[in-house]
Structure formats: structure tokens, C-alpha cells
Design a protein around this ligand. Structure first.
Ligand code: NAD
Length: 131
């Protein structure tokens, strides 16, 4: 069973990432991070993530939650730092990006990060997807 965490508990996590991860037989959603306590509580309660595994600081989540997969669901301009931190922590980030043009830009941003990705036990996949 893969241990998954999500950084950013906003609309797309509520509608897609949370439900998809908890519905997957091979994945357990074990940790959440958001700077907004209300969003953290809403999604944590809904998906039965223990309070001790709800973090307002994603760096602490990455340090303590022993994750295999990290979904980065922060706003566009806040994708890069948590994604790099997740890769450095050895997780497998899955990024979310609205629209192909922004997704392509994000992929270019990550072109130069191969050495960091290689540090993780699973490697890394970066995916921008269409609306
Ligand atoms: N492809 C699609 O179909 C699709 C649809 C919707 C959203 N998206 C993308 O998903 C991303 C998130 O969108 P959304 O609609 O959920 O946005 P949102 O604003 O509803 O949620 C973003 C969340 O990230 C949190 N956040 C901000 N900074 C943070 C930090 N440092 N640490 C932890 N959490 C932090 C915010 O508090 C908020 O809860 C965007 O890039 C958006 O374009 C893609």
C-alpha cells in the first residue's frame, strides 16, 4: 500500500485528488497539508486523516509522514517549492495545473531538476493536464 499526502486542500483536492486517492485500492491517504486550518479540518475530517497527520507546514509533513506519493495542489505560483521539497524528501510528486499552456510552462520549469528527482526511490513524474 502506497502512502499518499496532499499539499493544498482547496477546490481541486476536494473535488478530485482527495476522492480519487481514497478510492484507490493501492493507496492510503495518510497526511494533508494546508496553511488554511479550515480547509485542513474539512478535508481531514472527510477522509479520516488523523489530526496528528494534518499539517499547516508541508515541510513538517514531508519530514514526518513517510510518504511514497505527494500531490501538489497549491495555486500555480506556489507549485515549485513544495514539488522540489517533495522530490528531495523522496516522494513522487504529482502536480496539478489548469490548462495546457500553463502545464507546458511548468514542465519547462522542471526540465533542469533531473538530479534532484533521481534522489527519490521512485523517481518522479510531472504531469500538466487539460481542463
Ligand atoms: N486541471 C484541472 O482540471 C484543474 C482544476 C482545478 C484546479 N486546477 C489546478 O490545481 C491547483 C489548485 O487549484 P484549486 O482550485 O484547488 O485552488 P484553491 O485556491 O482552491 O486551493 C489551493 C489551496 O492551497 C493552499 N495553500 C496555499 N499555499 C500553501 C502552502 N504553502 N502550503 C500548503 N497549502 C497551501 C490554500 O490555502 C488552498 O487551500 C491550481 O494550479 C489549479 O490551476 C486544475
Amino acid at each position: 500500500m502506497l502512502r499518499a499526502g496532499i499539499i493544498g486542500c482547496g477546490g481541486i483536492t476536494e473535488r478530485r485528488h482527495g476522492p480519487v486517492l481514497v478510492a484507490h485500492d493501492g493507496v492510503e491517504l495518510v497526511a494533508l497539508a494546508d496553511v488554511n486550518q479550515q480547509r485542513l479540518q474539512l478535508l481531514g475530517d472527510r477522509h479520516l486523516v488523523p489530526e496528528a497527520a494534518r499539517y499547516t507546514d508541508y515541510e513538517k509533513m514531508l519530514a514526518h509522514a513517510e510518504l511514497d506519493i505527494v500531490h501538489v495542489c497549491t495555486p500555480h505560483d506556489l507549485h515549485e517549492a513544495p514539488a522540489i521539497a517533495a522530490m528531495e524528501a523522496g516522494g513522487l510528486p504529482g502536480l496539478t495545473s489548469r490548462g495546457q499552456r500553463r502545464g507546458a510552462g511548468m514542465l519547462r520549469t522542471f526540465d533542469g531538476l533531473d538530479p534532484r528527482m533521481a534522489r527519490g526511490p521512485l523517481g518522479a513524474t510531472v504531469a500538466g493536464h487539460r481542463r
